[in-house]
Design a protein around this ligand. Structure first.
Ligand SMILES: [Mg+2]
Length: 264
């Protein structure tokens, strides 16, 4: 049966825009779906690649849309980056090209982010909505002096949607720096599996007990596949059936929207 593989799912990881809401409009099934998941003894988390905003800001955004969420209901690319840094570069000093809120998150996790760029062990690139040209210049300076310095990016998205269209996101800065330095970072967010692994560990679950639900094939669905999770594409966001037919990423399940999970 079509919904058979949902039976073993204990944890739903929801992408946000295009999946639980669209812009500033909450889908009408979302509230009921979230309540039903918890009522059935299962759980859910919201996962986001955007590292420019703190979890607090997302709690507020969902609150405005009528969804009561706690900070613990989120898995962000910044959190997954911190976990990666703890596993691979514990105690190292960071140069962070990102927002002040991202810098604060690293500091709160125990990482030093010194003012003096000479005091850098690892370069971390986030979504720098406060970017000025000094930061790319600093990174070029560091890489010319230390060509093997560890280099990590929170997520690979090229653009971030706004009310008027798109603005450059972390992935665009990755490309800019690749042209200038020849270097490419290790990427943490979707489609890489690290955020899913973080969520899985949080709840102590096996890969197929987790479902990644999202509207983007090359981030959400690819992430689910890379993590060995159940991947569920919803057609309530940016992906059309035509895009799906042409895509190499084949989700386990294709739904018109999250309302179908509720029905199942
Ligand atoms: Mg989305």
């Amino acid at each position: 049966m079509r919904y058979e593989l949902l039976k073993d799912v204990r944890l739903y990881l929801f992408d946000m825009d295009g999946t639980v809401y669209l812009g500033d409009h909450l889908f009408d099934f979302t509230k009921e779906l979230l309540a039903a998941i918890r009522a059935s003894g299962r759980n859910y988390q919201f996962i986001t690649n955007n590292s420019s905003r703190s979890v607090r800001a997302y709690v507020e955004k969902l609150g405005r849309l009528g969804i009561e969420a706690a900070e613990d209901d989120f898995v962000t690319s910044a959190q997954a980056t911190i976990r990666y840094l703890n596993q691979n570069h514990a105690g190292k000093r960071l140069y962070v090209c990102g927002t002040q809120s991202l810098i604060e998150e690293f500091r709160a996790a125990g990482f030093a982010v010194p003012q003096d760029i000479e005091q850098t062990d690892v370069v971390v690139l986030g979504f720098g909505t406060e970017l000025n040209f000094k930061k790319p210049e600093d990174i070029c300076k560091l890489f010319s002096k230390y060509p093997d310095m560890p280099y990590i990016a929170t997520h690979p998205d090229f653009v971030c949607p706004t009310e008027f269209g798109s603005i450059p996101d972390c992935g665009s800065v990755i490309e800019m720096l690749a042209h200038a330095t020849g270097r490419r970072p290790i990427v943490i967010g979707k489609p890489e599996p690290l955020m899913v692994e973080l969520a899985r560990d949080k709840f102590g679950l096996a890969p197929r007990q987790v479902a990644v639900v999202g509207d983007r094939l090359y981030t959400d669905i690819k992430c689910g596949i890379n993590a060995g999770a159940v991947s569920i594409l919803v057609l309530s966001g940016e992906t059309t059936r035509q895009m799906l037919a042409q895509s190499e990423e084949k989700p386990d399940l294709v739904l018109e929207s999250g309302a179908e999970i509720l029905a199942a």
